[in-house]
Ligand binder design. Structure first.
Ligand SMILES: [Fe+2]
Ligand SMILES: [Zn+2]
Length: 359
């Protein structure tokens, strides 16, 4: 047994491969039935029950097992497979769009009834950030029927299932016939909905072609070209508000949020909901420099896809990544879209369950 550094245990497997493990991690992750709640497989052992410098009395490698005896006599057995599995970092599953990208279409009935097709479609959704569900009923609230595949509807203020049609009393630019620049919805929530479904019930208007844009793809290109400006957009908080007489939503956050490894985790981009920043702050000047460069790239982006969304089609977008918009509506033909929101965690988790169920 070698304690290479304080709180690290060095071992060597019989084939000569060496490995190092945090000693407190080893104690915390003992897989024995005394250290787990056997009924639920949850952890029962609590780290606060040992001192901070806790270390094994004995550690031995026996074939493909690490066996540790702890000071109070407790014995832990870890398989090599378990230890290796915990050492693998989770890999990102998204891929940036290439020029000319068009979303993959999947049939509505097959998506809901055929597990194999649903698994494939959700995997494409995780990679591309978007799929289009085709041949859906052109009925109100059809989006509720997607819950078995996408998880429960994430309810937000205004409406559970949001209606988007030209409406002189509407609270959002989407309720006019004006063009809608690329954006994601509800930047005015501290946790904006991470999946958005847009269901076209009827589209008899001319114009109004839908646009989708790979926001993370655009941001990675931006980061490579303008690293300082990218950092500014990660740093400077921006206020966003969406409201009407009966509802008030407000959040203040940077446009780009990264995870602890520096990967893009959340892009918040909405011209229509953005509120004034403090005009006398030098941060604001830095912000506008970066925001201008990024916005120019977004308006002339190889990461954009443009197509007509017909009645009975549903866009499902990973909305922390993919921006949506539409061209101006040219004529007064009937056009009715419904929006509902879901959560990316639920989609990923339901995929795991689906795969488990189907071996
Ligand atoms: Fe929108
Ligand atoms: Zn144990």
């Amino acid at each position: 047994m070698v304690l290479a550094m304080p709180n690290m245990l060095d071992i060597q497997w019989p084939d000569g491969q060496s490995a190092a493990f945090s000693t407190l991690w080893l104690r915390d992750n003992c897989p024995c039935p005394d250290c787990r709640v056997t009924q639920t497989q949850e952890k029962r052992f609590h780290i606060a029950s040992v001192p901070i410098d806790y270390a094994p009395d004995q550690a031995q490698v026996e074939a493909d097992q690490l066996v540790i005896r702890w000071p109070e006599g407790h014995e832990s057995h870890y398989s090599r497979e378990f230890l290796m599995g915990c050492s693998q970092s989770i890999k990102q599953d998204w891929q940036p769009w290439q020029k000319g990208f068009l979303p993959r279409y999947v049939d509505y009935t097959e998506f809901l009834t055929n597990d194999r097709i649903a698994i494939e479609a959700i995997q494409v959704f995780l990679k591309d950030g978007v799929i289009i569900i085709d041949q859906a009923p052109r009925e109100m609230n059809t989006l509720e029927a997607l819950a078995p595949r996408l998880g429960p509807v994430r309810e937000l203020l205004f409406e559970r299932i949001h209606n988007v049609q030209v409406d002189p009393n509407g609270y959002n630019v989407a309720h006019t016939n004006l063009p809608l620049p690329p954006h994601n919805d509800f930047a005015s929530y501290s946790w904006p909905p991470s999946v958005q479904a847009l269901h076209m019930l009827v589209n008899e208007a001319e114009g109004g072609r839908s646009t989708l844009l790979d926001g993370w793809g655009a941001l990675e290109a931006f980061r490579a070209q303008y690293p300082d400006q990218f950092e500014t957009l990660c740093r400077v908080p921006v206020p966003f508000r969406e409201f009407d007489d009966n509802n008030e939503t407000f959040a203040i956050a940077p446009m780009i949020q990264l995870d602890s490894k520096g990967n893009i985790a959340l892009f918040r981009y909405s011209n229509q909901l953005m509120q004034p920043l403090d005009p006398s702050s030098t941060d604001t000047a830095d912000f506008y420099n970066a925001y201008h460069l990024l916005s120019q790239q977004i308006f002339d982006s190889p990461f954009e896809s443009r197509f007509r969304l017909e009645g009975g089609q549903i866009i499902v977008a990973a909305s922390h990544r993919v921006l949506h918009g539409r061209e101006a509506i040219e004529t007064a033909g009937k056009r009715h879209l419904q929006d509902a929101y879901f959560e990316h965690d639920n989609v990923r988790n339901l995929l795991t369950v689906l795969k488990r169920k189907n071996g």
